[in-house]
Design a binder for this molecule. Structure first.
Ligand code: TRP
Length: 337
């Protein structure tokens, strides 16, 4: 039986944080251990350029994200782990796909629509102000990512479902015109994946500037945990777990029995300071070994690069011949063999 292709990309614009880890990276690494699965995980650095025009930041983020996945034990003998920009067939496919993509479909993409709405709310006279073609065509590049490797399943957050639906549309249209070349991908949204709240109690996200980086030094990490906002209930006063940032994070790291115990501690009025200690210990115990590997990798970037090159070579064994097939299918080929 051929393996199921599970593919997902990570945009290289920031430093991986606890939310990324519990919500996406940890489940993806778990999934990669399944023998029936062939994972394709990649650094979406071309996607990064859409919203980030700081070269140093894109570079640094690519390095940090790659080091994070490797430090956390991604098995690169099974998983194909690569950098999008090392696969020149992806932007090539993106162009061919964009020629079968209705502009109207892209008009409906919510990331684009949100930017237009913002401009309209601001009352200016250009609804497309500050919007580049990268943002407008973002779903086509994402479709190329998925279709290139015949992804069956694409694990993503809810905000990305629409992009996968668009990829399905684009693939179906291409197949209709040129024959069955593409596999139709399917979005998988893990309802159990933890959504972690940030320092201020909103969803942890680099756009809110409320993140706890995954691999801070232990000291800084502890400091950040201590900064998580709580209410002002005193020690001894009963506390509720629902909506509590500390509890939510704890739940993403602890076993069920431990969670039940903490629930009781809340009812018994655990002090916030004490809960922060418990939380720090719980997370630290899980990530400390990986933190060491992370820093060792960051000190040996050539090792990371080597892994990415290996991944790219594996990916191109697929993308080069497949791109040739696609070119021929649309009528782009040598005149004589
Ligand atoms: N757009 C995705 C995000 O921001 C990242 C991404 C790029 C991706 N290409 C992809 C995800 C292909 C899944 C499949 O989260």
């Amino acid at each position: 039986m051929s393996k199921k292709i599970v593919l997902t990309g990570i945009t290289t614009t920031g430093t991986p944080h606890l939310g990324n880890y519990a919500g996406a990276i940890r489940p993806a690494i778990e999934a990669s251990k399944d023998d029936n699965v062939r994972p394709f995980y990649f650094l979406a650095d071309y996607h990064a350029l859409i919203k980030c025009q700081e070269p140093q930041r894109v570079r640094q983020s690519s390095l940090e994200i790659a080091a994070t996945w490797l430090a956390l034990g991604l098995d690169t003998s099974n998983a194909v782990f690569y950098r999008q920009s090392d696969i020149p067939e992806i932007p090539e496919l993106c162009w061919i796909l964009s020629c079968v993509t209705a502009k109207g479909l892209m008009n409906r993409a919510h990331a684009y629509k949100a930017s237009v709405a913002e401009n309209e709310d601001a009352g200016g006279n250009d609804p497309d102000k500050g919007i580049n073609m990268g943002l407008f065509g973002y779903p086509v590049l994402m479709a190329a990512d998925m279709l290139m490797f015949k992804a069956n399943q694409v694990p993503v957050g809810k905000d990305q479902i629409q992009h996968i639906e668009m990829a399905r549309d684009i693939a179906t249209r291409f197949n209709h015109i040129y024959g069955e070349h593409f596999t139709i991908p399917e979005a998988v949204v893990d309802e159990n994946a933890a959504t972690i709240l940030g320092l201020d109690g909103r969803k942890m996200s680099k756009s809110y500037n409320n993140t706890i980086p995954l691999f801070e030094t232990e000291k800084k990490f502890k400091k950040l945990i201590n900064k998580i906002k709580t209410n002002s209930l005193e020690p001894g006063e009963p506390k509720v777990t629902e909506g509590c940032t500390l509890f939510g994070i704890y739940k993403a790291f602890a076993r069920e029995t431990e969670v039940a115990e903490i629930r009781q501690c809340y009812a018994d009025g655990i002090a916030w300071g004490e809960m922060k200690k418990v939380l720090f210990q719980k997370i630290n115990e899980e990530i400390a070994p990986a933190r060491e590997r992370y820093h060792a990798l960051m000190d040996a970037p050539e090792h990371i690069e080597e892994q990415l090159q290996d991944g790219a070579a594996k990916a191109r064994e697929i993308s080069v011949p497949f791109m040739q097939e696609i070119r021929e299918s649309v009528g782009i080929s040598r005149i004589t063999k």
